[in-house]
Ligand binder design. Structure first.
Ligand SMILES: Cc1cc2nc3c(=O)[nH]c(=O)nc-3n(C[C@H](O)[C@H](O)[C@H](O)COP(=O)(O)O)c2cc1C
Length: 174
């Protein structure tokens, strides 16, 4: 499979640790690309609607090349820290821009990784997972997994040997 991973974190921290563990398991059998939105120039969606009559977004930045990668992917892995009870703006910005090719993003295999600095009984994890469930239902996505982790300091998830092992296994079996 062609797997595209969107890293919603700008720091080399827990989300990247989770992504790398997943890649370790998955890269033997799959072609993987990681998108780091913080390194790209993607302006926010203006809601101009021009994309509905033309091919793609009118913004002459990294929007169209990024969305093209998602359209070509068999699987998209969304990975994000929790910021203010939600996904990060970096990840949301890419998702908003998917509006320009929405229907071409149908029927993808999807994974979701969420890392927050609060325990797993915090409602934030449910809110984020539900939001992705709604997108999955709208775009007929096959939701393979949604994994949430409690880790705050940048190196915390890396110390959770069990979580890292399970993420590698997840990668092996997608
Ligand atoms: C701007 C900002 C907002 C945050 N908001 C939340 C939050 O609402 N809930 C929470 O549990 N953690 C929150 N955190 C903590 C991060 O989710 C946590 O540190 C996470 O491990 C960061 O992931 P990273 O290391 O991949 O960047 C916030 C951190 C930042 C910088």
């Amino acid at each position: 499979m062609k797997i595209v991973i969107i890293n919603g974190s700008a720091r080399k921290g827990n989300t990247l640790t989770a992504i790398n563990a997943f890649i370790k398991g998955a890269d033997e059998k799959n072609e993987i690309e990681v998108i780091a939105p913080d390194k790209l120039h993607i302006s926010p969606c203006k809601g101009c609607g021009a994309c509905q009559c033309h091919k793609g977004c009118v913004d002459q930045d990294d929007t169209n090349p990024t969305i093209n990668k998602l359209v070509e992917a068999d699987m998209i892995l969304f990975a994000t820290p929790v910021y203010w009870w939600g996904m990060t703006a970096q990840l949301k910005q890419v998702i908003d821009k998917c509006y320009c090719r929405g229907l071409q993003l149908k029927e993808k295999k999807i994974g979701l990784i969420v890392v927050g600095g609060s325990p797993l009984d915090n409602i934030q994890y449910e809110l984020i997972c539900k939001q992705f469930d709604c997108m999955a239902s709208y775009l007929s996505w096959d939701m393979l997994f949604q994994k949430c982790y409690y880790a705050n300091a940048r190196d915390e998830l890396a110390k959770d040997v069990d979580a890292i092992q399970k993420l590698e296994n997840l990668g092996k079996h997608v």
